[in-house]
Ligand binder design. Structure first.
Ligand code: MRU
Length: 356
């Protein structure tokens, strides 16, 4: 997608180096970072220089490539795969991608292993681009139907960043929006700021604006009153882990938005590729919910009056915090899931009708 008129993906491999866009610096600086070791990759995932379920999956796949370049011993690769899976626990794409790579590499001999690892990481990335593009095509119909009925701009609310920055290209929740915009349908996006890390304000608004899509950043608590005032036609969010039951684990605050949507009869869609489906867990209470550092709540970063990035404390010096990064939206609050294979009910039956 577009940054300053140039086409980018979020990750690529060049001369034995993994290149990423450092998302901790956006929107104020556009900085391409080099990852040279598996340790660099693990750090990039932990510190959220790369984030978003599909992108951390692809990054982990390239992390294994770097691990093989560093050391071809099987025990090193095994440890790398475990450390990568442990780097962020909630998004299933990470585990999915590492397990897929390890399966592909099992029994492969020393001279072949790098070539095969690189090929498979490339396929994982390419597949994500294709899947996200198809999510857009499948979700476009939903936006188009609303536009045809309303004969006016379609107002869409989204939470966090499930945009191209969270994937390799297109995004999940944003992909139908990009497709609609390309087709000339008038859309406007309400972008939840998404405290504490502000992925909505810093990333979603940034990428939508770069693509020329009208958007307005709102505080996380504003969505409810906008829905009561009929200013939201639909919600679309992403997912970090969708259970086969149709329950969706996504960025903290998604659940409250889905409750408000239900109360106001606003359709609530979740867009994700099949790599985000956890076919094993049945009980959402068993999903490991990442708890992040308290400084993400107590401190905030921005430009000072001299255009310098500064981090400042916004809480009392003595404070107790709880920083849960994700919550669960039960299937009963979800209108439908939008996947690369089509749109389905958020239920085991719905998912199986597309994937089994
Ligand atoms: O903590 P983050 O920024 O990695 O969380 C991202 C989200 O919650 C996204 O909605 C999700 O990963 C879907 S990405 C297409």
């Amino acid at each position: 997608m577009n940054i300053d008129g140039n086409n980018y993906r979020t990750i690529w491999f060049e001369n034995n180096i993994v290149k990423i866009i450092d998302q901790t610096k956006l929107p104020h600086q556009f900085f391409i970072k080099n990852l040279k070791t598996v340790e660099d990759t693990i750090n990039a995932i932990k510190t959220m220089e790369v984030r978003g379920a599909p992108l951390i999956g692809a990054t982990a796949a390239y992390g294994l490539v770097l691990s093989i370049i560093e050391n071809k011993e099987q025990s090193f690769l095994q440890r790398s795969s475990e450390d990568l899976i442990g780097s962020r626990p909630t998004a299933i794409n990470l585990k999915w991608s590492v397990e897929r790579m390890m399966k592909k590499l099992s029994g492969v001999n020393g001279s072949e292993i790098l070539k095969i690892a690189l090929e498979e990481a490339g396929i994982i990335a390419e597949e994500d681009v294709e899947f996200c593009k198809s999510i857009g095509v499948n979700g476009l119909k939903i936006i188009e139907d609303i536009a045809n009925k309303k004969k006016d701009t379609v107002n869409i609310l989204t939470h966090c960043n499930a945009g191209w920055l969270a994937t390799i290209d297109w995004g999940t929740a944003t992909s139908p929006i990009y497709q609609a915009h390309k087709k000339g349908i008038k859309v406007h996006v309400w972008v939840d700021e998404t405290r504490p890390r502000n992925q909505g304000a810093n990333l979603t608004s940034y990428e939508l604006s770069e693509e020329g899509i009208p958007n307005t950043i709102i505080a996380d608590n504003t969505g409810g009153i906008l829905m009561q005032r009929n200013q939201v036609d639909m919600c679309i969010v992403g997912s970090d882990r969708t259970l086969s039951t149709g329950d969706v684990c996504n960025k903290i605050g998604t659940y409250l938005k889905a409750l408000a949507a239900k109360d106001n009869n606003v359709p609530f869609y979740v867009a994700h590729p099949s790599s985000t489906i956890d076919w094993n867990l049945k009980d959402f209470k068993q999903i490991p919910i990442e708890e992040r550092d308290s400084t993400e709540l107590s401190h905030i970063e921005g430009l000072d009056k001299n255009n310098k990035l500064q981090k400042v404390l916004i809480y009392p010096k003595k404070n107790n915090t709880l920083n849960l990064a994700f919550d669960i939206t039960p299937a009963k609050l979800i209108t439908a899931l939008i996947t690369e294979k089509g749109v389905c009910e958020a239920s085991e039956q719905g998912l199986k009708s597309l994937f089994k």
